[in-house]
Design a protein around this ligand. Structure first.
Ligand code: NAP
Length: 337
């Protein structure tokens, strides 16, 4: 990208917002002007970016005039409220919230899977749910070759998936627990330190939580495959950052673990870590700070026809949110070189 862009980060003080800044710097994103936006609580706060101090401003309808790009991660309600003003300003909104993901008019994109959908945007492109992105980066190359008919996912989701305050809560609770103090959950609904609980999103009438339903619906939209069957169990674990997932896949065409390993070794955005001898496989600690989704424990699932099992780990603030959004922006503006 040669053209320098006028960019705003909406939700800059949050977990995803901070990662946006890190990635813009790391990827040498061409910036002419940078506007940092959050709630009124953060207005006036100074944030350093590439040696320069920037003041955070409260996001308002008139905050977007003259911009080329808005990277938004301030929650669904704010995205819904401010999107009409962003679109009117002529800026492209790449939105990390769930506000527009299932809108048929709005592309939902994982650049390794459906980059062609970017071209049909009308001002907004939605970034998928983090657990969905992390699963689909390694599943897509398998789907293309052997067609996935069904997959079962069990997630092990880090505290950071619930934002910067939830990350802090895990650290505070761990300290309090070890000091023999009373642990009081404030951000997440249950004790997260030394515990595991069902994902904290709302449970629907069918018994599935919103996170599980997002994985089902978003996969069908991103893959452009409405026949693929998905069932998920989403769980929060006391990990600071990076989600892991156990995936059980059934393909139309038989695919051995060896063939799958070779396909995944060549797949963009994937790193195979599959050392049976050393019992060394993907771990969230190692996925932290990495762009790639780590994939391993590749083995046949003999309980179904053409079954394949794997375990993956990916940094959900990075590839599951900020990185995916920046990759979308890079592709969207690449044609304006
Ligand atoms: N964390 C993840 O792994 C992840 C992954 C994918 C998608 N997402 C989505 O990204 C969004 C942000 O997540 P996060 O984890 O970064 O949350 P977070 O750490 O809680 O940060 C929330 C951000 O939104 C801002 N905000 C809140 N209310 C606002 C308002 N009324 N006006 C303007 N800004 C407001 C906050 O500003 P203040 O500091 O001023 O309150 C903060 O910058 C959510 O929709 C989340 O679902 C998160």
């Amino acid at each position: 990208m040669a053209k320098k862009l006028k960019v705003a980060i909406l939700g800059v003080t949050g977990a995803v917002g901070q990662e946006f800044l890190e990635l813009l710097k790391e990827r040498k994103f061409p910036i002419e002007e940078l506007r940092l936006l959050a709630s009124g609580r953060s207005a006036g706060k100074e944030i350093e970016f590439m040696g320069k101090g920037y003041k955070v401003a409260e996001a308002k309808p008139d905050s977007f005039k003259g911009l080329d790009l808005v990277l938004s991660s301030a929650g669904g309600a704010i995205s819904r409220e401010l999107a009409p003003y962003i679109v009117k300003s002529g800026a492209l909104m790449v939105d990390n919230t769930s506000a527009f993901r299932m809108d048929p008019e709005i592309p939902l994109v994982v650049p390794e899977v459906n980059p062609e959908d970017i071209a049909r945007h009308k001002g907004i492109i939605a970034n998928p749910n983090c657990s969905t992105i992390i699963a689909l980066v390694p599943l897509w190359p398998i789907h293309k070759i052997a067609k996935i008919k069904r997959f079962v996912a069990a997630t092990y989701q880090a505290a950071s998936g619930a934002g910067a305050k939830a990350m802090e809560e895990l650290q505070v609770q761990a300290r309090d627990f070890l000091d023999g103090k009373k642990v009081t959950p404030k951000v997440l609904p249950h004790q997260i330190a030394f515990n595991v609980f069902s994902h904290n999103s709302k449970i629907g009438p069918d018994g599935y939580c919103e996170e599980e339903t997002k994985m089902v619906k978003e996969t069908k939209k991103i893959f452009h495959d409405h026949d693929i069957q998905i069932v998920a169990t989403c769980v929060r674990v006391p990990v600071l950052r990076a989600h892991s997932e156990a995936l059980f896949v059934e393909t139309e065409r038989p695919l051995s673990p060896e063939e799958a390993r070779e396909i995944l070794k060549k797949a963009p955005g994937v790193k195979v870590i599959d050392d049976r001898e050393k019992n060394y496989f993907p771990m969230p600690l190692e996925a932290t700070g990495q762009d790639d989704i780590l994939v391993g424990r590749l083995r046949a699932d003999a309980t179904v026809k053409n079954g394949l099992a794997m375990f993956i780990a990916g940094d959900q603030i990075r590839k599951g949110a900020a990185l995916n959004a920046i990759q979308i922006a890079e592709l969207a503006f690449a044609s304006q070189r």
